[in-house]
Design a protein around this ligand. Structure first.
Ligand code: FEO
Length: 397
């Protein structure tokens, strides 16, 4: 059947690519699309692992039918109840009315509020196993990766980890489905970090807890709910998620500013130039009023050095910077070097508010904040250069 792909002899990928939606969760831009991955295990008993976003695939049932040839599906394993994966639960239950929904106590609290289906609920706990015949499945509770009910399903027989959102990426699957069929570094790695930082990063400590639970498990395939299936270099994706969830970063600096009339922007360029003179090669500058929050968070997740600037706006930050910093506080990203600068015409506010942000985040402030008045001249530029020098020194050591 076209568009069903064998993961192993009896496990099929039934994903759908969404290239129509502009905003994932009605929030995060997905110009490169996203995939929703559902998997079918065909054994003496048949199990479906997660479903799809509602309406993402009008031939989902047809694909399943072609594979199971009139037999019923026995189990629908719900690793994650978020609607991008539970969107087709109702469709599946209506088609296979004797199906059992497999989930944990928290899954079913959400199922109750979405669908009901009390009589179909098959509750599992951490470490429980379920035999499909040849395949034996084990359930691993991994709460808050990314909702409280999230769990993973591990196929003990073929060593396949159905990991839910963990190890997922933005970016549709454009032909290649497996890690060895795609150019990961050029494209998916960036989209994977953006997915991680935007969606899962807030729960980094829970990702680390999940890693501990998975220790010692021999994983040959990772089948996430978004993005490619890992079968050749499983360790690569494990290592990336491990690093990101420990807030480890690359050497480099991202400068993000909010500027109404260009003065704060000039200061950003001055700081970047000085950083370059100090030997820093990886420097990125973004205007927070133009670049979407999604990409700004992603850049901050990437680089160890962060320099934030804002003009004063109603005695605070420019709202676009306020939005960024509020989100960073909400996410709780840790372990960054921070520089802070601002400009104002009649009263301060931007730099002061950014300093407050630093206190809330407890990042390592490399030097005192620099606030400047009016159109920047030599004195203002020189004061801003102290940020670049201090940041470069931190990064070099
Ligand atoms: Fe892909 Fe948290 O849903």
């Amino acid at each position: 059947m076209h568009n069903t792909v064998k993961v192993t002899d009896k496990i099929y990928w039934l994903g759908a690519n969404d290239r129509r939606t502009h905003l994932f969760e009605n929030m995060w831009p997905i110009p490169n699309g996203v995939s929703y991955n559902s998997y079918l295990i065909i054994d003496e008993k048949i199990a479906l692992v997660d479903t799809l976003e509602f309406g993402s695939s009008d031939d989902y049932l047809e694909k399943i039918e072609n594979l199971i040839d009139g037999k019923p599906i026995d189990y629908l394993i719900i690793n994650h109840m978020e609607p991008d994966h539970s969107g087709a639960v109702k469709t599946i239950v209506e088609k296979y009315p004797n199906i059992k929904l497999v989930g944990n106590l928290k899954t079913f609290k959400i199922v109750d509020s979405y669908f009901g289906y009390k009589e179909k609920q098959y509750q599992v706990e951490d470490g429980d196993e379920l035999s499909l015949g040849h395949h034996k499945l084990k359930f691993v509770m991994t709460p808050w990766v990314h909702w409280p009910e999230t769990m993973m399903t591990y196929d003990l027989t073929e060593k396949v980890l159905f990991s839910g959102d963990a190890f997922g990426t933005f970016g549709s699957l454009d032909g290649g489905i497996f890690d060895d069929e795609i150019e990961f570094e050029e494209y998916y790695q960036v989209e994977m970090r953006r997915y991680f930082s935007n969606i899962v990063g807030k729960y980094s400590n829970m990702v680390q807890k999940a890693f501990k639970k998975l220790e010692g498990i021999d994983v040959k395939y990772i089948c996430a709910t978004h993005g490619p299936i890992w079968r050749t270099d499983v360790n690569k994706v494990l290592s990336l998620y491990d690093r990101w969830s420990k807030f480890e970063a690359e050497n480099g600096v991202v400068i993000i500013y909010g500027s109404m009339y260009g003065n704060t922007a000039k200061l950003a360029d001055c700081i970047a130039r000085k950083l370059s003179e100090e030997g820093i090669k990886r420097i990125r500058i973004y205007d927070a009023s133009k670049t979407h929050l999604s990409y700004l968070i992603n850049e901050i997740w990437q680089y160890k050095g962060v320099i934030l600037g804002s003009c004063a706006y109603n005695s605070g930050m420019l709202p676009t910077m306020e939005n960024l910093t509020r989100n960073l506080e909400h996410i709780g990203l840790k372990n960054r070097y921070l520089g802070v600068f601002g400009s104002y015409s009649w009263n301060g506010g931007g730099a002061k508010a950014l300093f407050k942000f630093q206190e809330n985040m407890n990042w390592d402030l490399v030097v005192d904040p620099v606030d400047t008045r009016g159109i920047p001249g030599n004195e203002s530029f020189e004061r801003c250069e102290t940020i670049a020098k201090a940041m470069a020194e931190k990064l070099k050591t």
